[in-house]
Design a protein around this ligand. Structure first.
Ligand SMILES: [Zn+2]
Length: 399
């Protein structure tokens, strides 16, 4: 199987016998998650499903950002302890993933549980001269990284015009924050050997990776908006600390969900939450809508496009009723019907090619139409078995 790697800008093979270890950036738990998040996590769920289907062991980790100014601000506004806000929206996130049948995640790692590890990585970077202190904060010195900019494909000239974590006195404009001192906060601060404060956003992911992934790992992912600076910074930290290049073999990114010309995002105030969408659409219809498009493509949201998917999905639903799973109990595919065997092979090769779900979904639709047309044919059982196989591999619940 091949997956497109943002780092090499090519599709690369990911087959192997060892456990496939993947780390996907989770949400900041400041509010309910939206359909843009659904697009991202459904894509990675599908990757895990396909690998599991092919017999690979998979360790799939999602981190949860529960240390962030946006959570502290909301807590202050609502006059609540910040962990109450974080807990509330963490639980809401888990409910949303469950509702969407995203059940391949092995572990959720909350960053607040990895502050000690974050601080010790910051200390390591300070000790090796790859980080420096400035007014109580600590910054990563990007001039000490190997090819900083290589993930987002920016050279030194491009980076000159970029600014990360602006502060007077930084050595390079793209040096990013590793540790923030927060002298006047009453909660959400940690006393550590590098100071009293909070870890920066990027180092939290590296801390979790070093703790949970047991060394270099297969894949790190998220939406394309995370490539720079978040993943670029993370890659630089991972390699500066481990001296292993590459520490992460594949960087996989999903295209954004747009609303109009802009990305759907909390900060732009244009979100449709998963909970709202589930009031008018089933989780299968939402899944179908996203799988109809390739995970790397940007997709524009509109109520009309979701309604069209609902309509198209009804064919699959009808087929599932025409040949219910209960009718197939104890039956195994004989693979002697040439036409269906061809569809099966096509399905496998499309999924193997960077998760070509538009093609996979259209094969499921073809099969559905066949089932609805030739209800009494001899191929019926073979078609039914292939239909349920595809539908479950793609994560549809169909009830
Ligand atoms: Zn992250």
């Amino acid at each position: 199987m091949q997956i497109y790697n943002t780092l090499s800008e090519t599709k690369v093979g990911i087959d192997g016998d060892n456990e496939f270890r993947m780390f996907v950036c989770g949400p900041t738990v400041q509010d309910n998650v939206h359909l843009g998040h659904a697009k991202t996590y459904l894509s990675f769920d599908l990757l895990a499903r396909w690998l599991l289907k092919r017999g690979r062991k998979v360790f799939f980790l999602i981190n949860i950002t529960d240390i962030d100014d946006k959570i502290f601000d909301r807590a202050k506004k609502e006059n609540l302890p910040y962990m109450d806000i974080a807990d509330k929206f963490y639980n809401a996130f888990l409910q949303d993933l469950e509702a969407l049948n995203i059940d391949t995640v092995s572990r959720y790692a909350r960053v607040s549980k990895y502050v000690e590890e974050s601080a010790s990585l910051v200390k390591e970077l300070l000790d090796s001269g790859k980080a420096y202190s400035l007014n109580g904060n600590v910054y990563f010195d990007t001039s000490r990284a190997q090819d900083f900019g290589k993930l987002s494909h920016q050279n030194a000239f491009d980076l000159k015009f970029k600014q990360i974590d602006a502060a007077p006195g930084k050595r390079n404009s793209v040096d990013f924050l590793l540790w923030r001192s927060v002298p006047d906060a009453t909660e959400g601060i940690w006393k550590t050997p590098v100071g009293t404060g909070r870890p920066g956003w990027h180092i939290q992911d590296s801390a979790i990776a070093f703790e949970e992934m047991q060394g270099p790992y297969n894949l790190h992912g998220g939406a394309t908006e995370l490539i720079f600076p978040h993943h670029e910074a993370e890659l630089a930290q991972d390699e500066a600390i481990s001296n292993v290049v590459p520490f992460v073999k594949i960087w996989m990114h999903t295209g954004l969900l747009l609303k109009g010309q802009e990305k759907m995002s909390k900060s732009l105030g244009n979100v449709v939450t998963i909970k709202e969408a589930l009031k008018t659409h089933t989780s299968d219809e939402i899944r179908f809508h996203f799988l109809k498009h390739h995970y790397r493509d940007e997709l524009e949201y509109s109520p009309g496009s979701l309604a069209a998917s609902k309509q198209a999905f009804s064919i699959i639903k009808d087929a599932s009723r025409a040949i219910p799973k209960s009718e197939l109990i104890g039956k195994l595919p004989q693979r002697n019907e040439e036409a269906i065997e061809k569809i099966r092979m096509e399905f496998e090769s499309r999924m193997d090619d960077d998760l070509d779900t538009p093609a996979a979904v259209s094969l499921l639709l073809q099969l559905s139409e066949k089932i609805l047309k030739k209800n009494e044919s001899e191929e019926r059982i073979e078609m039914g078995l292939a239909f349920w196989d595809f539908a479950e591999t793609l994560g549809f619940k169909l009830f």
